[in-house]
Design a protein around this ligand. Sequence first.
Ligand code: F6R
Length: 329
Amino acid sequence: MRSMVAGLGGQVRAATGVRVPDLSPAGELLVVGMGGSGIGGDYLAHLASLHGARVAGHKSYGLPGWVASARPTVLAVSYSGNTEETLSAVDAAADLGLPVIVVTTGGAIGDRAGAHGWPVVAVPAGLQPRAALGHLLGAALMISTAVGLVPSPVPDLEEAADVVDSLTASGGAGWALAGDLAGSLASRAVIVYGSTGLTAPVAQRWKTQINENGKRPAWFSVFPELDHNEIVGWSADRGLNGRLGVVTLVDRDDGADVARRRTITREVTANDVDWIGEVHSQGDSALARMMSLTAIGDMVSVALAEVAGIDPVPVAPIEDLKNRLREES
Ligand code: F6R
């Protein structure tokens, strides 16, 4: 997993050369996909919104009711191509006659695409889905450009790749920072705080990477909403607070209102939150800043596994669950 994380920058760079088939223009996209494949849709939704384009996400069976009238183009992302919910979503899209574009390594969704004539962007096989974010998000960005929603992402992909490479270089600052954070968080469940906008989807990525690579409970919350509930949750410690740690993700575009809330929240909860750290984005473009925080989170998740002497790669509970679902269907 260490080498897969170190390959993230290379994946982002490789996306600049992704060959996208001819696509019809789209007024909006609905990204369907789960877990490590779905998170790229959350990143894309934010990045597209910066250009005034609408990208929504759907992480469940079927499709949301609004699609029948809005008729978005469905962008289905499944690394394996065999994820039950994503297959159900594209089947619903086919029933409604919606345009579908697929990003995958193959699997059943590849077969469906062949049968329906849906365009496919293939990504390299052989990775864990969550370790293919650079390929999956890169492909989704290139597709978003091809359907006319966002300008070319190539300059931002190149910058993001450089920023990520500098962080994930062996012996570099990123691994040292990740090791420090993992040392402090080793005996804690982690709550990652993001803010509406750029850091919210990245906070979710931290949570899922800490779950899957670090193999420990983790959650994420988002400013300003967390000020309306979560801060109360800390206030009557019943022996839990000392087992929790907060990592706050900070970006220059969080805005003055959120920055003010962050400071006051920290003061208001100072007696209750047992450990808190802050990680700042790096780079210029929004994509580079998102990917810088992503890279650090990925490294922290690996470092947490290493501290615990656990192999970060296998995700046995997910495999077991998928097998059970297959057997029982
Ligand atoms: C495993 C992982 C999972 C999968 C999810 C969906 O590394 O990250 O969250 O991404 O179970 O599977 P795919 O991505 O194959 O559609």
